[in-house]
Design a protein around this ligand. Sequence first.
Ligand SMILES: [Zn+2]
Length: 254
Amino acid sequence: MLVDAHAHLDKYGKGLAPALGEIEQHGIFTWAVSMDLPSYERNLEIAESCGLVLPTFGVHPRKAPDYASRLAELSPWIERSPAIGEIGLDFHWIGDSSQYPAQRKVFEYFLAAARDQKKIVNLHTKGAEKEVLDLLERYGIARAIVHWYSGPLDILRALADYGAYFTLGVEMLTSEEIRHIARAVPLGQLLTETDNPGGLKWLNGTLGMPKIILEVIEQIAAIKQETAEAIVRAVEENFCRLAGNDPWLAEVRV
Ligand SMILES: [Zn+2]
């Protein structure tokens, strides 16, 4: 099983059918994170047509100001969701610091729920890596995936020591800095992602399609001096270990 642990399937629009075709063809288990409520509703619809898709609810830091004053509305959706994401903080791309209190409020609301409901969180940490680590510790979040890490190496090591997992994705294909970060991610805590369809679009203007995950795996294999098959196996083992006894994983494997 290939694993794409962070994708935005609801953003494909008309490109969705070919994308789901590739997911089926290559057997790519795909964690469909959401940005907000409409995004989650769309991901739920998409998952009905593809058993390899896991839709999860989250409010992206970019959308946090829309939800900070209506947190109670989120609760039934969080309860319904088998895991949580995309949630987090962004103090880099979002330069307007007047939004940061809303980001923190929404993020902490999700963290408290994830702790109480014992769910995995899928995290956005851009420019806020240390604060995210502090909050994971404060809320005692046991299972976390850090998506597309690009922060300082000492915080990466602290997150790894804490027990977080890391998704490596399409920027592996173009950035020596990201490959340097990838070297620091322990093989036993490594996962793969695409951030499709926008990740590749941001990098080179082309629409990201699911099978780009194969190129990501090749690149990780080169960095880790392993075969692609060994990386695929390691990622699958890591993902299953992280998922533990969560019932949704059994459904996906069937
Ligand atoms: Zn994302």
